[in-house]
Design a protein around this ligand. Structure first.
Ligand code: PPS
Length: 330
């Protein structure tokens, strides 16, 4: 059977439908809870000096957030001991965490503050992370009336998909198998999908001078060059020593140990609340390029390769197997 026939058969056999906790908003799948935040995000007042970090889930946003925050804050390693979620809040955190914790009774977790409102009221300089596609960003960004710096990150979807599955397992009550999550990812029934619309919504805007697109694979291949590229975009000058220091701080092993960025406190809290039967893994999981090869069958990899080829066919997004030689055209 040809790969094309296989992918068709795969989609017919495995087509998953949106479960009742998800809805479609402007063509994107998001939790039902997002409905209460949609308008506030659309009308959100953007500031020229905001820095926005965007990217599909599991593309390396946390890694890049830490880099951006340190570059913009003159390498304040002392200040970086504060949890990243406070330094660089996640815009739509509240509806996402409500969705992730839907199997946990409200009284166990207590009330969760409104992340959109908190960011709107923040007096300090803002660093804002979001996984939303361009079409769901505040209107002021979409219509260009306010132009904050936006840094977007993309990553090989095969690694994203596997990482997304393991991410789900960090939350109590998650039961999806890897195969079910591959199905959901390919049939656009996971939060923030369709994957391609989401990443292309930024990719196609690269002529905007306030937007920089990075890739996880380039960061892995040459972190110092990536640090310089981001610093340059942010208008900061770093010397060789400063770049080397930041490179050390950002290496996987150090971030894995760093409680301000590794989400271990959240996992410990769930453990202490006895929400897990057993330890579900860690947020800083593997941190490598190509880790999908350890878990996806050859058949699934072939299907995903065809899916990638089909979805990039009419775009100028060209990448090799590991997404390293990504072609960026302005
Ligand atoms: S989230 O939950 O969507 O915000 O996740 P995100 O931060 O975007 O992506 C998590 C993946 O990034 C890996 N990661 C790193 N890789 C290399 N070096 C460093 N320093 C680093 N920090 C985070 C993290 O391990 C997740 O990927 P996987 O493949 O699951 O290991």
């Amino acid at each position: 059977m040809t790969t094309k026939a296989k992918i068709e058969l795969f989609s017919i056999q495995n087509k998953t439908t949106l479960d009742t906790s998800l809805r479609n908003y402007k063509g994107y799948v998001m939790p039902c809870e997002f409905k209460n935040y949609l308008d506030d995000i659309e009308q959100f007042e953007v500031r020229e000096d905001d820095v926005w970090l965007t990217g599909f889930p599991k593309t390396g946003t946390t890694w890049l957030q830490e880099m951006v925050w340190l570059i913009e804050n003159n390498l304040d390693y002392e200040g970086a001991k504060m949890d990243l979620n406070y330094r660089f809040p996640y815009l739509e955190f509240t509806p996402i965490i409500q969705y992730r914790l839907r199997s946990v009774p409200d009284e166990v977790c207590g009330s969760i503050p409104n992340s959109v409102r908190e960011l709107a009221n923040m007096e300090e300089r803002r660093f804002i992370k979001t996984h939303l596609p361009w079409e769901l960003l505040p209107l002021q960004i979409q219509n260009g009336s306010v132009k904050p710096k936006i840094i977007h990150i993309i990553r090989n979807p095969k690694d994203v998909c596997v990482s997304y599955h393991h991410h789900g397992k960090l939350f109590p009550g998650y039961r999806n198998t890897l195969e079910q999550d591959v199905n959901a990812f390919l049939s656009d029934t996971m939060p923030y999908t369709p994957f391609w619309s989401n990443i292309l919504s930024y990719w196609t805007k690269q002529s905007h001078t306030n937007l920089l697109v990075m890739t996880y694979e380039q960061m892995k291949k040459n972190l110092p060059a990536s640090i310089r590229k981001v610093a340059n975009f942010l208008g900061k000058d770093l010397n060789t020593e400063q770049v080397a220091g930041l490179q050390r701080h950002l290496c996987f092993e150090n971030m894995q140990r760093n409680k301000a960025v590794n989400f271990q406190p959240m996992i410990e809290a769930f453990k202490n609340m006895k929400l897990y039967k057993e330890c579900p893994g860690s947020f800083m999981r593997k941190g490598i390029v190509g880790s999908h090869k350890d878990e996806l069958s050859q058949d699934i990899i072939k299907i995903m390769n065809t899916w990638i080829a089909q979805n990039t066919l009419n775009t100028n997004l060209k990448f090799d197997e590991f997404f390293v030689n990504v072609t960026q055209r302005r």
